[in-house]
Design a protein around this ligand. Structure first.
Ligand SMILES: Cc1cc2nc3c(=O)[nH]c(=O)nc-3n(C[C@H](O)[C@H](O)[C@H](O)COP(=O)(O)OP(=O)(O)OC[C@H]3O[C@@H](n4cnc5c(N)ncnc54)[C@H](O)[C@@H]3O)c2cc1C
Ligand code: SF4
Length: 319
């Protein structure tokens, strides 16, 4: 691991200002992803700004009946929150499908949003990877791509976003709140937060240098039946090959977001409109224009079947 500086920040503004002051600085929250990447020298920050002392660890109601989740709320606490379990059950279930109890105790909401891809070539510094080393090539495109994206990728990168939490947040239309080093705050819809890899896969989000995530806001509860289904190679401690977050109302209308297939949770209004016609119609809309590799073409079938299973779960609960 390379040497780095370290400081603790007391306020969000001070944290953002410290990041802007020090080129190569990074925030550290739970450290469950960043420290692993630093040990492998995939991430080499010059300076760490510990944000754990910021008062961003509460879940509070918003004026319109939604919830504001502080950036430092731990995954365990978010999954267990009574309001989340009752009104946003898909989020609670997605969180509990991720990682392990110990990791969820440490992992934060913002850190989960910003965890890096699990592409095996990204983790292997002997391999070409445009995301890790821009311009070096993409080992996965001509190599082993079973876990990687079937849609939204580019000729430079087909990495997926590994989070379960964000799939549920996408189906709930979550909004991310931030503060910049100059004190400016902004709200970013989750769907606009992650950048397509295009020709610059090293740029993953619309965050600007030094910009700190302060919270994630959930709109008022949608009602309906909430389901999260995750398909993976082993029953625990594994990232999704495909996951489905679904919220379906009594009248059969609903929303579906898919994880494990793209650089961000994949959802479209056109696919949501097909829910009453069933999984095949939903999947056809969602994966229109998909460019799977030979290794991961199976994800298209797997996704359709997982959507079908999730929709059956919601029907059973509504009958
Ligand atoms: C063995 C293992 C298995 C796992 N399995 C799963 C799984 O099945 N599903 C799943 O979804 N996840 C899984 N994870 C990932 C885990 O959920 C993430 O590591 C965790 O959510 C990251 O949160 P953190 O607070 O520890 O982030 P950190 O490691 O502290 O930070 C991650 C990134 O976020 C940035 N950051 C942190 N806070 C802020 C902020 N407020 N503003 C701006 N930037 C910030 C950091 O600079 C860093 O770049 C697994 C992890 C491990 C190690
Ligand atoms: S898919 Fe992306 S992360 Fe994986 S090797 Fe290619 S450039 Fe790197």
């Amino acid at each position: 691991m390379k040497a780095f500086g370290f400081e603790r920040a007391d306020t969000p503004a001070a944290a953002a200002a410290a990041a802007a002051r020090t080129p190569g600085a990074k925030f550290i929250a739970g450290g469950t992803n960043l420290l692993d990447l630093m040990k492998l020298e995939i991430e080499t920050p010059t300076h760490l700004i510990d944000v754990n002392g910021l008062a961003l660890d509460t879940i509070t109601p918003t004026d319109d009946g939604g919830l504001r989740i502080g950036a430092l709320v731990r995954n365990t606490d978010l999954a267990a929150d009574e309001r989340v379990r009752r009104d946003y059950a898909v989020l609670s279930r997605a969180l509990l499908a991720g990682a392990s109890g110990q990791l969820r105790n440490q992992a934060t909401t913002a850190g989960n949003l910003l965890q890096r891809t699990r592409c095996p070539y990204f983790y292997d510094t002997a391999q070409a990877c445009n995301k890790r080393l821009p311009g070096s090539g993409c080992g996965a495109l001509d190599g082993y791509s079973r876990q990687l994206a079937v849609i939204g990728g580019s000729a430079q990168c087909i990495a997926t976003h590994p989070s379960d939490m964000v799939v549920a947040m996408r189906v709930l239309d979550a909004v991310i709140e931030t503060v910049a080093p100059d004190g400016e705050t902004r709200r970013i819809a989750l769907d606009d937060f992650y950048l397509a890899p295009g020709t610059t896969p090293q740029r993953e989000t619309v965050l600007r240098p030094g910009e700190l995530i302060t919270a994630v806001v959930l709109p008022p509860p949608l009602g309906g039946r909430h389901v999260y289904r995750k398909v993976r190679d082993r029953a625990s401690y594994a990232f999704a090959l495909v996951s489905v977050a679904a919220v379906v109302q009594r009248d059969g209308s609903g929303r579906v977001a898919i994880g494990g297939v793209a650089h961000k949770p994949w959802r479209s209004d056109a696919a949501d409109a097909e829910i009453p016609r069933g999984a095949k119609a939903v999947a056809a809309r969602l994966f229109d224009g998909a460019t799977p590799t030979d290794d991961n073409r199976f994800k298209l079938t797997l996704a359709e079947r997982t959507i079908a299973a999730a929709l059956v779960d919601t029907e059973e609960a509504r009958s």
